[in-house]
Design a protein around this ligand. Structure first.
Ligand SMILES: [Zn+2]
Length: 253
């Protein structure tokens, strides 16, 4: 009973974080992040009233349209809020009230922002990679089973090969991808970083094949690799040990 109460409360809290994340994703690439401007409709410029800013519920109440000009509001906004709303209680059920809850939730939020901005602009802002650093540092204390040397190796395990590939093949990976995997490598330790990269390659490769087969992208076109890297990192952060055990089990190890 208490778990249900806490989960409901965390859902509300998480969805508010999701609402804030939407603002970050919208404003950060425009360098307008520190502007005091209230949220406004990008179509008509109308300032959005507080009662139209309630996560998920407002979008449904408005039927996905601006109250004034009726311009369509992307379902991505409520979906991000919903995702963050569900994520918070899931982190709680996974870790309980523990520092790991805070780090896992914070890291996933930043990775979501990285993914969305990479999809929008094909770039990963340095500020978001830097925002991961305190969480990576916190992970040293919280996940003590990963020794410091594993984290140091993790920092280079994926980022250095990516850097070498990027130098050999122009446009293989962006600088943002490489910096991201350096910080995530330290956060995860090298085992989980390799796992994260494997998952990213599977997802990225799968998406590329689908896009090429459905002729939505030409062969050799640039597909942002940030989102697959973020999904791989999040999967490894939450379920790394289980996934590696499962994988090695397939080979009877
Ligand atoms: Zn409008």
């Amino acid at each position: 009973m208490l778990d249900i109460y806490i989960s409901a409360w965390l859902f509300v809290l998480g969805s508010i974080f999701g609402s804030f994340l939407n603002v970050v994703v919208f404003r950060l690439p425009k360098k307008a992040f520190l502007s005091k401007a209230r949220s406004y409709c990008p179509a008509c410029g109308e300032t959005i009233a507080w009662f139209d800013l309630i996560p998920v519920a407002s979008w449904i109440a408005l039927g996905g349209k601006c109250r004034r000009c009726k311009a369509r509001i992307s379902p991505r906004y409520p979906l991000v809020e919903l995702f963050c709303g569900v994520l918070a209680p899931l982190c709680y059920l996974r870790y309980g009230f523990d520092w790991r809850l805070l780090i896992a939730f914070g890291v996933t939020l930043i990775l979501l922002a990285v993914s969305l901005i990479d999809l929008d602009t094909m770039e990963i802002p340095d500020s978001l990679v830097i925002a991961l650093v305190p969480f990576a540092a916190g992970a040293v204390w919280v996940w003590r089973e990963v020794p410091l040397w594993e984290r140091a190796v993790g920092l280079a395990a994926v980022s250095v090969p990516m850097l070498l590939l990027a130098l050999l093949i122009e446009g293989a990976f962006g600088g943002g991808d490489i910096k991201l995997m350096a910080v995530c490598g330290f956060l995860l330790g090298f085992r989980n970083t390799l796992l994260a990269f494997m998952i990213a390659l599977l997802i990225g490769g799968g998406i590329a094949i689908v896009l090429i087969l459905t002729k939505r992208k030409k062969k050799g076109a640039h597909i942002p690799f940030g989102p697959p890297l973020c999904i791989g990192t999040a999967a490894a952060l939450f379920f790394g040990t289980e996934l590696i055990t499962l994988y090695l089990g397939l080979y009877g190890l």
